[in-house]
Design a protein around this ligand. Structure first.
Ligand code: 13P
Ligand code: SF4
Length: 324
């Protein structure tokens, strides 16, 4: 009885949230020699406390070059896994281990292994939004910002399987003219934009430019004036002489657009159904409180077998070299 009572005092103390959360996280960064990497789809507070914010490629590059002992990855599981693959000796923390990815989930390793067997002469290019097990079965990894550039470097006679996102795959086929076999995966966030509502919104804002992530479906991409990764969209709004944009990707990027390019108007593209926003439910599982607790308790931590890690490392490393 005494032990149980003590235990519960101890565990509630470990989960206590300080009033000055920002200050406490800054202190823990120093104490642990930790770096906080955040994706553009994270909530604003997390972006504000991060040491580095970026798209998947920028975050992978940052993870590959950091001298920190602990990487706190404010993103989803496959992103933190990539950081671990590149840094086997560092501790990689993910604020919420449940922060997965609907797109990565569309590609189960056993089904993909069977699919691959049907195309023995094909090389496998996988979008970074997949599990370490899929990466381990791939020849080359790409992100939304380098997919076109990487496919263009593959000799024309080499047949290609592209997985898991059929929308990015179709976009790359259109851009490169390469025929590729596509795994039929997709992202619940990006396939949820409504073409009909987008057209209505454009009528209401004729001055606005439509900018979209290549994970969106073809009927939405058809209306886009500019298509690119999250980092490319951010760069575009900075460089464009337009002052109003309809943004067809997860609205977390708008926080960074407003910060880096203030004074312009950013309108989130409308989702199907009644919900007005299109937040990624996986990305949004991370909160500032969970990030603090992950650092304080040094858990949840990303782990994987060395066999999978080394097999997954090769195609990621190839990507980093090919997209220098
Ligand atoms: P980026 O390559 O733009 O970071 O895209 C990541 C992502 O998850 C898009 O849904
Ligand atoms: Fe995955 Fe889509 Fe969320 Fe990106 S936005 S992490 S692809 S579910």
């Amino acid at each position: 009885m005494f032990l149980t009572a003590n235990k519960s005092i101890e565990s509630s103390a470990t989960n206590a949230i300080p009033n000055d959360l920002f200050g406490a996280i800054e202190d823990l960064k120093q104490e642990l020699n930790a770096v906080v990497l955040a994706h553009y789809y994270q909530e604003g507070d997390i972006q504000d406390i991060a040491d580095f914010i970026g798209d998947s490629l920028q975050l992978a590059r940052q993870a590959a070059s950091t001298s920190a002992d602990v990487i706190v990855f404010a993103g989803v599981h496959f992103m933190a896994e990539t950081a671990k693959i590149l840094n086997p000796d560092k501790q990689v923390l993910l604020p919420d281990l449940e922060a997965g990815c609907s797109l990565a989930d569309t590609c189960p390793p056993d089904e993909f292994a069977q699919f691959k067997e049907a195309y023995p002469d094909h090389m496998v290019i996988s979008y970074i939004n997949c599990s370490a097990a899929i990466k381990a079965m791939s020849d080359l990894i790409c992100t939304s910002s380098n997919a076109v550039k990487l496919v263009q470097q593959i000799p024309p006679e080499q047949p290609i399987i592209f997985a898991p996102d059929r929308n990015l795959g179709r976009y790359v086929i259109q851009q490169t003219g390469r025929d590729m076999v596509l795994w039929q995966g997709s992202c619940i966030v990006h396939e949820n934009f409504s073409e009909k509502k987008l057209i209505q919104l454009q009528v209401e804002h004729p001055e606005a430019e439509i900018i979209a992530h290549p994970e969106c479906e073809e009927p939405v991409l058809r209306h886009a004036n500019f298509i690119g990764s999250t980092a490319a969209l951010l760069k575009h709004v900075r460089q464009s002489d337009r002052s109003s944009f309809i943004v067809a990707t997860e609205p977390g990027i708008i926080h960074q657009m407003q910060k880096q390019v203030p004074g312009k108007e950013y309108i989130p593209a409308p989702a199907s159904g009644t919900c007005a926003c299109n937040e990624c439910p996986h990305m949004r599982l991370n909160t500032l409180e969970k990030l603090y607790l992950a650092m304080k308790n040094r858990t949840p931590e990303i782990t994987m077998s060395e066999e999978v890690r080394t097999a997954a490392w090769q195609p990621i490393q190839r990507m980093l070299e090919m997209s220098k």
